[in-house]
Write a protein that binds this ligand. Sequence first.
Ligand code: HEM
Length: 507
Amino acid sequence: MDLFSLQSLLLFFLLSLYLYLHFHPSCKKSNSNAGFKIYPLIGTLPEFIKNRHRFLDWTTDVLSRTPTNTATFYRPGKVNGIITANPLNVEHMLKANFENYPKGDRFIALLKDFLGQGIFNSDGDLWRVQRKTASFEFNTKSLRSFVMENVKAEIETRLIPLLKRASETNQILDIQDILERFAFDNVCKLAFDIDPVCLGGDGTTSGEFMQAFEEAARLSAGRFMYLFPFLWKVKKALNIGSERRLKQAISTVHDFADKIIWSRMENRRQKQNNDDLLSRFMEDEFNSAEFLRDIVISFILAGRDTTSSSLAWFFWILSSRPDIERNILDELESVRARKGKCIGDTYSYDELREMQYLQAALSEGLRLYPPVAVDTKACREDDVLPDGSFIKKGWFITYHTYAMGRMEAIWGKDCREFKPQRWLESGTCRQESPFRYPIFHAGPRMCLGKDMAYIQMKSIAASVIERFHVDVVDGDKCPEHLLSLTLRIKGGLRVRIKQRCVDKIQS
Ligand code: HEM
C-alpha cells in the first residue's frame, strides 16, 4: 500500500469517526464557549480536519467565544497545547516567565532544514549570542541613515520608474511580489552589503531564488499542519511529494546564501573589510560556514517577508477606502508645505516622523493583518497562566496575533473595522502595549527590525501614494490569505497603477 492510499484510508476512518461523533447526541459537548471540541482519544482532530484550510479564522472564532480568549488544543501525536489571545498570558510567556517558554525541540525540528540554527530557530546560548551580535549592529547610529539612504535609492531608481512604466502601459502588476523584491534588495544591502538588483530592470531578476525562498517558507510552515505529525518525516525519508519539493527549494536557497558567504570569505582573505551584519558574525572564527548560512537565511526571511506582507495588505485596504487615502494625502501635503517640498522629493527621517496619521494607518493594517500571525513556544515546566489555564511540561503555547487584532476584549466592539483614528491621541499616534499588540513580539526576543520596518513602510507608502493610486483588480473581494511563515496574500495582489496629477510630479 502506498503512502497516498494509507493517508486516504486514515482520512476515511477519521471522517466516519467525525460524522459519528458530530451527529451522535451522546458525544456532543454542550458548552459552546468552552473552546475547541475535544473528543476522546482523537481530541481536536475532527475539528482540525474540517477547519485547517481556514486555521486563522477558525481559531479566532473559537478564542473569541471563550471567557479568557484562551483554549486548549489536543491532537494525536502529542500535539497538545494552549492557544491564547489574552494579553496577560502573552506577557507571562514572552516576558515574565520567558525562560519557561523557549522555541522548543518540536518547533526547531520542523524548521531546521530551512532555517538551521539561525536566530529564529534557536534557544539558549545559541540564540543569545546571535541576539547580542545582531543587537549591536541594529543599535548603531549609522544604521538608520544607511537604511534611509538605501530605501531612498531603491524608491527613486527602481520602484517609482517601474510603477510609472506600468501606469503608462496599463500593465497589471503583482504588488506583493514587487514589495518583496524591494524588501529583499534592502535587507541584502543592509545585512550582507550586496545588491541583488531584484527590483531592477523589468523586475524579474532573481526569479528562481525568490520562488524557491517562498516555496521553502510555505512548505516548512506546512509541516505544522499535517494531520499526523510524523507524516512529513516519512515523506522526507522517502523523498516524495512536498518534502521532495522542499528539499529542492532549500537547495536553491542554500546555493544563494553559500555564494554570499564564499565571496565574503574571499574578501577577508584579501583583507578587504566589509562593515555590515554578516561581517560582525564572521569576526568570530568559530562560526562555521553552515552557521553563517543559517544567519543569512534568517535575515532574508526577517527582512523580505514581513514589510512586503504588511504593505500588500495595506494597499488592498486603501483601494476600497478613499477616505483614508485622502487623509494620508492631506497629511503628506501639509508636511511638504511646512518643509517647502514638492511631490517626488525624498522625505527625511524627521519628516517621516511627522507623518502620524500614516503611522496610525499602517499600525491599524498590522493589527488586522499581522505578518507573523501566530507564534509558538514550548513549555519547559508545568505552569499556570495568569488567566488560570494550566499548561503541562512539553505542551506548546501559541500566542495568536491575528486573533488578538480581532478580540473585542482588547479593541472593543468595532475590533474588525479598519479605523486609524483608534491610534490617534491629539494628532499623535500612541504606543500600544506589546502584550496587547504583539505584532513585533515582546520581551527579550522582541523584533530587532521594528524601526527599520517603519522607515521602510512609511517611505514606500508616502512615495507611492502621493504619486499613484493603486487600483486593486477585483478589489471588492477580500483576498484569500496564505499562512506561510508569514501571512501572505494567496496568489499575490494584482493591481493597476494610476498616476496622479502627472504635471506636478517631477521626473
Ligand atoms: C512589519 C515588519 C516586521 C514584523 C511584523 C516583525 C515581527 C517580528 C516578530 C513577531 C518576531 C519574533 C519572531 C520569533 O518568535 O522568532 C521578530 C523577530 C525578529 N525580527 Fe522582525 N518583524 C518585522 C520586520 C523586521 C525587519 C525589517 C528586520 C530586519 C532585517 C527584522 C528583524 C528581526 C530579528 C533579527 C528578529 C529576531 C529576534 C530574536 O529572536 O531575538 N524584523 N520580528
